[in-house]
Design a protein around this ligand. Structure first.
Ligand code: AMO
Length: 434
């Protein structure tokens, strides 16, 4: 439609054709209104029954809610109209009639449960506060990509069908690959590491990761979006600096470009770009802080992983984004490097929002012999990973990096109660379509 005008651009004095959805019909007797909605907003169309062609009035008022229509007419000032202007129509075409029975109400007057919303995402995203989440998600990812480029990274895309897992065998989705066993990739971990040894040196990837997690929680998905970073000649501290830069850039991008969307979510007041350096606590300090609160049933000791409850207790204590560093080597994966002066302590780190973990990372083991030992210690067969380990024989620089959960970033940024709110079509134990 070459001659279409967005509702937000319709100015008094113009003759326009607007196209969109019938948001509401109000028939007051002698006068009636249709509210048309498009991606930029809404506009009122006025029908004065005595002064207009009967067919036009009838077509307009008989259109079902959510039908797609095009209206041509003059735009006039009208201070009683919701946007201060209205269209006096010359013609109205019903382009795609909607069924009168809708599975959910896009006007938001009737609430729908999350499963109903997810089953009908097209209608759900007609609500400004739902659409806003995905516009914010897009703006955050755009800002993240720009910030990665400013750090000198090259964007890469790595395979999602792979021969081996990296993040624990029980979380793998097996598939059949021409009669051979294969898996959906849990993380671009090994591929991004292989690229720091290539001519690229510093890379990032934003792509899907697949985790066959059995548990159904408000912060786990079976298909998530991972924002991955890896750089040659970086140690874990420099990787943490980059992580902080990227997370802040995402917030800044949203603050700069998404004020309307924040308003739709009623968040303009509370949205804050994190400032200052994120505190860096060692794992030992974290345990001490948690134990000192006395809020957990048991006392945490060296080697324990942090439960969701422990993360919450600590998050309440710290109250802002923070890192946990120097984790016990035994609970970090084989590719994380141990400290040179203490093999019990790793360079692995997590970056936390007060409510949950957002990032895991660390410096990587780049020495061939140590890397192969690490596989054996974790009960993995180094031969299955030969495509990876052998490149460590041909000049692999020291390197570090991390993976940031894209949906958790958006969930925590917007205070969403369920991670599924930040995914168009979530994959979880119950949900394989749409
Ligand atoms: P990890 O397994 O901790 O580390 O994942 C990194 C981040 O990805 C997000 N994430 C998830 N989000 C939603 N649902 C899930 N099932 C899920 N699993 C992970 C989290 C998590 O902090 N290879 C390492 C990263 C690295 O060292 O570079 C890795 O995958 O926000």
């Amino acid at each position: 439609m070459d001659d279409r005008t967005y509702t937000a651009d319709a100015e008094p004095g113009d003759t326009v054709t607007v196209a969109g959805w019938v948001h509401e019909i109000r028939d007051l007797g002698g006068i009636a209104f249709i509210i048309i909605r498009d991606t930029t907003g809404k506009i009122q169309v006025k029908f004065e029954k005595d002064e207009m062609d009967d067919d036009l009035v009838e077509t307009g008022l008989n259109a079902h809610r959510e039908s797609v229509v095009a209206v041509t007419g003059d735009v006039e000032d009208e201070e009683r109209a919701p946007t201060g202007v209205e269209i006096v129509p010359d013609s109205l075409d019903v382009i795609a009639e909607a069924d009168p029975e809708l599975p959910l109400d896009p006007s938001g007057k009737v609430d729908a449960e999350l499963p109903t919303r997810l089953d009908n995402r097209t209608l759900d995203l007609r609500k400004p506060e739902v659409k806003a989440i995905f516009e914010i998600r897009a703006a955050a990812l755009e800002a993240v990509r720009d910030a990665f480029r400013d750090l000198g990274c090259t964007e890469i895309n790595t395979p999602k069908i792979v021969a081996t897992g990296t993040e624990g065998g029980t979380e793998l989705f097996p598939i059949t690959y021409f009669g051979q066993e294969a898996f959906m990739n849990q993380s671009p971990q090994l591929f991004k590491q292989l690229m720091v040894g290539s001519g690229l040196e510093r890379v990032f990837e934003i792509g899907p990761i697949f985790r066959a997690e059995e548990h159904n929680t408000p912060r786990h998905l079976n298909e998530a979006t991972s924002i991955d970073f890896e750089s040659a000649f970086y140690d874990h501290r420099e990787a943490m600096d980059a992580c902080e830069t990227i997370v802040k850039a995402a917030y800044e991008g949203v603050a700069e470009n998404c004020q309307d969307q924040l308003e739709a979510l009623d968040m303009t007041e509370e949205f804050e770009v994190p400032d200052g350096d994120f505190p860096r606590l060692t794992y030992e300090e974290a345990l001490e802080k948690i134990n000192a609160t006395g809020e957990l049933d048991e006392v945490l000791v060296w080697g324990d992983d942090l439960s969701t409850e422990a993360e919450h207790v600590l998050g309440d204590e710290v109250g802002e984004h923070y890192f946990i560093t120097d984790w016990p080597s035994e609970i970090k994966p084989f590719y994380i490097k141990d400290h040179d002066d203490d093999a019990e302590v790793s360079t692995g780190f997590d970056m936390m929002h007060p409510s949950m973990e957002l990032v895991s990372g660390g410096q990587r083991e780049h020495r061939y012999d140590k890397l192969v030992d690490g596989f054996e210690q974790q009960g993995l067969d180094p031969e299955a990973f030969e495509y990876y380990t052998k490149m460590f024989k041909y000049g692999m620089p020291p390197h570090a990096g991390w993976g940031l959960g894209g949906e958790r970033l958006i969930m925590t940024m917007l205070g969403l109660g369920n991670i599924r709110e930040a995914v168009l079509f979530p994959r979880d134990r119950q949900r394989l379509s749409p």
